[in-house]
Design a binder for this molecule. Structure first.
Ligand SMILES: Cc1ncc(COP(=O)(O)O)c(C=O)c1O
Length: 329
């Protein structure tokens, strides 16, 4: 199949960039030093490529991701790095090792009631999202143990730091965030200190494992951090469906692209605006109806979640088509 044969809008992954990203990360963080986050690609096929590079433990964001990874035989060690108030779907997964994040008596109770065997205490390291205060982590771990749960350690995602432009500031803020996590770890115990993302994968030397996910496909927000060695592998392929006097229109709009990190860029054009199914842009050169254009993503995760499949391409050849099979909840 040729790229020209793909129905658009389509997620397209450059095979050489994908290979570069896999190899670069596997060298930097071999084996279980990386616990790849599947939320970025939501694809068991891509997770299998990561397993092929030696990463056998994974991070998940949703119960559906945990279920899908276990069903695909990728359940050696799955961490649901989010709190849930009903863990019964996790408790019935018997062909995988499942660990869930807890940060309150209620979420410990939900894990115990749902039949999950193991937890990590999630600690707030500066991102105003989930995670307990470091001073409460020991108490939560004690409560979890009293409820019969195995406590493997702590997690603390420095999401407020990963996109910081300056390398030096990112390094400083990572150290401060991890100081909070290590205080909690001292009270909680266990072998696992899980943290980190693509922006801090090389800076976070305190965590025992790094949860990076975006590194594999990348996006323009992360590509703007010049110290990261990963390449933008993913784009959305669109077809020019109209050419006006000063503009052209292609068939990838708001329903095919996430906009939360700013407007995605059209290669060879200046974007005027996006609407539901369209991007209107001023082409740098001449374009005709039927031409293909590449739209560079601003944020990989929510864009991928809008698509059912992704196509790996080598030049004009489509060499693999993978299902984005971990979508849903
Ligand atoms: C809990 C958690 N860990 C790790 C990550 C790292 O992801 P990324 O590779 O996009 O920095 C995320 C991203 O949102 C996350 O929510």
């Amino acid at each position: 199949m040729k790229i020209q044969d793909l129905a658009t809008p389509a997620l397209v992954v450059d095979a050489a960039a994908l290979e570069h990203n896999l190899a670069t990360m596997a060298e930097a963080l071999p084996g279980k030093r990386l616990r790849p986050h599947v939320k970025a690609h939501k694809s068991t096929a891509l997770a299998r490529l990561q397993t092929g590079r030696g990463h056998t433990a994974f991070t998940c964001a949703t119960i559906r991701e945990v279920e899908g990874m276990a069903a695909a035989g990728l359940g050696d060690d799955l961490l649901l790095a989010n709190e849930v108030t009903d863990a019964t779907r996790l408790g019935v997964i018997h062909d995988a090792r499942v660990t869930v994040a807890v940060d309150s008596p209620e979420t410990v109770e939900a894990a115990a009631r749902g039949g999950v065997a193991e937890v990590l205490v999630d600690v707030n390291v500066g991102l105003p999202r989930c995670g307990c205060d470091p001073g409460d982590a020991g108490r939560i771990a004690e409560f979890a143990r009293a409820r019969g749960l195995g406590v493997r350690g702590v997690m603390g995602y420095e999401g407020h730091v990963v996109g910081e432009e300056s390398h030096a500031t990112r390094a400083e803020q990572t150290e401060a965030a991890m100081a909070r996590l290590l205080v909690a770890h001292g009270d909680v115990g266990g072998d696992v200190v899980s943290a980190g993302g693509t922006g801090t994968y090389a800076l976070n030397t305190w965590a025992t494992e790094i949860q990076a996910g975006s590194y594999l496909l990348m996006d323009s927000a992360y590509a703007a951090l010049e110290d990261l060695p990963f390449r933008e592998a993913l784009c959305v392929l669109a077809t020019v469906i109209h050419v006006g006097p000063k503009w052209a229109v292609a068939d990838a709009g708001l329903k095919a692209l996430s906009m939360d990190h700013g407007d995605p860029r059209v290669e060879g054009g200046d974007v005027w605006f996006y609407s539901d199914e369209h991007v209107t842009f001023r082409p740098a050169g001449g374009v005709v109806v039927g031409d293909r254009v590449r739209v560079r993503l601003a944020h990989v995760d929510p864009t991928v979640a809008k698509h059912e499949r992704l196509h790996v391409v080598d030049g004009d050849d489509v060499i693999e088509t993978y299902a984005v099979d971990l979508r849903g909840w």
